[in-house]
Design a binder for this molecule. Structure first.
Ligand code: ADP
Ligand code: MG
Length: 314
């Protein structure tokens, strides 16, 4: 009887959906709840949480907690908000697992290349060499809510993991407000939760957003995609995308995309970026190390088209 009553409440419950600009992108949040005002409150809570996390983790603004860390004295510990400690620990976990393909200290490289401003500047080998002194996940340590840099000039960039982490926290905020189910789309990273039918999420051709080349089924999980096809600078016919290989100091020279599905948003986001750097083979190997995570690579087939590979295969 209780189950039936619950199901009836779900079927007759209310829902609310809103789109707002946050974390540098358009976000759409939908909540399902027993009552309309609860659904509205849950959507509000999700946006409030994403906005709060942006003011901690954004490196696009100087007034955020992460940007202020630049002033930290190398070798000495700084107390940070628990969220920053947590997301950094998560990022360092994937950094170690990917042997530095994913690296939350890439910011000096990103800035030097001009990938943010669009004013591309190809650094000389000497400059790349000197940047290497300031880039490397082993140059930062985290212990709970304290972090320290081991060398001067180290700068954090959580752009490869922050949106996924924010989706996790927004989900928690929605559940705490009373939402029974939800769909959160943050600039293409999607998180769904609650007793809904599986959502079919399309993966598009990297050169044609109108053409679907694969579909993934998502249930109580997050799906994140990384690729160079949306954010890049083109010079002399050469594309420099916003994802760098920290091991070479250069933009990853690969077309295509990788989509990762995982229970946690931070993991899907970080693994997608890491797997894109590693490429289909090593990338799939990395994803396979995380229980419950799966990935879809869309790679060039050498004849102007795309080839889709899934791991685990099914
Ligand atoms: P998007 O921001 O489009 O969702 P990603 O999640 O793949 O894409 O993150 C890309 C961002 O992560 C870049 O804009 C940059 O700030 C940062 N980044 C670039 N290369 C790396 C890397 N190798 N490891 C970790 N972060 C990276
Ligand atoms: Mg990512």
């Amino acid at each position: 009887m209780i189950v039936l009553a619950l199901m009836a409440a779900l079927l007759t419950g209310a829902s609310h959906e809103e789109a707002r600009y946050v974390m540098g992108t358009m976000a759409v949040v939908r909540a399902e709840a027993p009552a309309g005002e609860t659904a509205v409150a849950a959507v509000d809570a999700a946006f409030a949480e994403m906005t709060r996390l942006e003011s901690i983790m954004s490196t696009w603004r100087e007034d955020t907690e992460i940007s202020r860390l630049k002033a930290a004295v190398p070798g000495s510990w700084t107390t940070v908000s628990p969220e920053l400690g947590e997301v950094l620990a998560a990022a360092l976990d994937v950094a170690a697992a990917s042997d530095g393909a994913f690296d939350p200290t890439v910011l000096p490289l990103v800035k030097t290349w001009g990938l943010r401003t669009g004013a591309l500047h190809v650094p000389t080998p000497a400059v790349l060499d000197s940047l290497r002194q300031r880039v490397g996940y082993r140059l930062v340590e985290v212990a709970g809510n304290r972090i320290r840099f081991l060398r001067a000039g180290v700068e954090l960039d959580l752009g490869g993991v922050a949106k996924g982490f924010a989706l996790d926290r927004a989900r928690s905020a929605m559940i705490a407000t009373g939402a029974t189910a939800g769909v959160l789309d943050l600039g293409g990273s999607l998180l769904v939760f609650g007793p809904r039918d599986a959502d079919s999420v399309g993966i598009v051709a990297p050169d044609d957003p109108a053409r679907r080349v694969a579909t993934v089924q998502v249930r109580d999980a997050c799906v994140a995609t990384s690729g160079q096809y949306e954010r890049y600078v083109e010079i002399d016919g050469h594309r420099y995308g916003h994802i760098l290989d920290p091991r070479t100091g250069r933009s990853v020279d690969r077309r295509g995309s990788v989509t990762v599905v995982a229970r946690e948003g931070w993991l899907a986001d970080a693994l997608a970026t890491a797997a894109f750097v590693l490429g289909p083979e090593a990338g799939a190997g990395l994803v396979a190390r995380y229980q419950g995570a799966s990935c879809v690579f869309v790679s060039e087939d050498g004849r102007g088209g795309w080839v889709v590979t899934r791991h685990p295969r099914r």
